[in-house]
Design a protein around this ligand. Structure first.
Ligand SMILES: C[S@@+](CC[C@H](N)C(=O)[O-])C[C@H]1O[C@@H](n2cnc3c(N)ncnc32)[C@H](O)[C@@H]1O
Length: 346
């Protein structure tokens, strides 16, 4: 029996809906730009950027062009020479959780934190090319505000992904936190960088159910674009003696996360921007995959350590974000399939 395919961006996979949530959302997007949406941070004045903060990169390397600017990203973004030509933005900001970042106070009053968030988001939107994509890594407490701000700025949500990890400590006051949101927006959802073939993984139909139909496809037999909840080997939080770990950094993201974003949403030679460098995960992955990159870091010590990783150490787990299976149930029916594919790549 032929499968009824759902290949359109407008139709979310997995639901038989007459129109599709994304189409409904895109229609609404036009109205949201002119809607009177007020958020708490709106009552705080907009940040006045320092002039020429991006006059000279703090550190730079060639082939591909890789630059690290030192300072507050709101200032650097305001004078960035690449305004309007960035293909992909990935931002993992401080969460206002009182993390002891070097130099940066991660405990602002709520309205000031929202203002800060809107200001750097606006700088990133200005930096983006018309076909550009913007990703934000953000926990529950600010995800909704970021989504509303990006919608009122006219961007369209392509996916609300979730990065799922299982390292949380037990607590009896509420459910254990095991996710961060990976918000994927585009300036123009119909004209964006999107490379599904670069990120394919083995489907559960192939890995668990032995569904022959998936192996009868003309191409990409047994493979699928990953789901919007991300987990699996190498997708845990970077803790303890993890090979990727950079000791002096807080909240380092796994390389596979950035690899999936960079491969899906940029091409070789494209320009990737990360306004919160941290340990340099985005620039490290971008450089390993021959993308140009610009990043910004407030702390000089962090910047120097990140630069060593970006230019000297490089990626530890290149190519591990795709190809294998993330099945969470044992195989039920055998299928003639390359056994190597059933393993996640190690
Ligand atoms: C959550 S961490 C980013 C982690 C990064 N994604 C990684 O994988 O290592 C946030 C980083 O942003 C830096 N930072 C905080 N406020 C900043 C600002 N206004 N401009 C630039 N960098 C800032 C902090 O020093 C910290 O290194």
């Amino acid at each position: 029996m032929a499968e009824r395919k759902n290949l359109e961006f407008d139709r979310p996979g997995g639901y038989a809906m007459p129109t599709g949530a994304t189409a409904v959302q895109r229609r609404a997007a036009k109205e949201l730009v002119t809607a009177d949406i007020r958020l708490f941070g709106d009552q705080v004045p907009v940040h006045e950027p320092a002039p020429d903060a991006a006059a000279t990169p703090f550190l730079s390397a060639a082939e591909p062009d890789t630059r690290l600017y030192l300072g507050d990203c709101r200032d650097v973004l305001a004078s960035l020479p690449d305004k309007g030509s960035v293909d992909l933005v990935f931002a993992d900001p401080p969460f206002n959780w009182e993390v002891p970042y070097e130099g940066w106070k991660d405990g602002m009053p709520r309205d000031a934190y929202e203002r800060f968030t809107f200001d750097w988001l606006d700088g990133c939107i200005e930096a983006l090319a018309p076909h550009g994509s913007l990703w934000v890594n953000i926990p529950d407490d600010t995800a909704a505000e970021i989504v509303m701000h990006l919608k009122r700025r006219g961007l369209t949500m392509v996916n609300w992904c979730v990065w799922h990890f299982r390292f949380g400590q037990n607590r009896d006051s509420s459910f254990i936190m095991s996710k961060v949101h990976a918000l994927y927006f585009a300036k123009d959802p119909n004209n964006r960088r999107w490379n599904p073939k670069a990120i394919l993984e083995l489907s559960d139909r192939a890995a668990i159910y032995g569904d022959k139909r998936t192996m009868a496809k003309e191409e990409d037999k047994g493979m699928r674009v990953p789901m919007d909840v991300w987990y699996g080997p190498y997708w845990g939080r970077i803790q303890g003696n993890n090979a990727e770990r950079r000791n002096q950094h807080h909240n380092q993201l796994p390389e596979v996360y950035l690899e999936r974003v960079v491969l899906a949403c940029s091409n070789e030679g494209d320009l990737v921007l990360d306004p919160f460098c941290g340990s340099g995960t985005t620039a490290t992955v971008a450089r390993a995959w021959k993308r140009r990159s610009v990043t910004v870091e407030f702390s000089e010590a962090n910047a120097r350590s990140a630069w060593h990783r970006i230019t000297e150490i490089g990626m530890r787990r290149k190519g591990r974000s795709s190809g294998g299976s993330t099945a969470i149930a044992p195989k039920r029916r055998s299928l003639e399939i390359d056994p190597g594919l059933l393993e996640f790549p190690r």
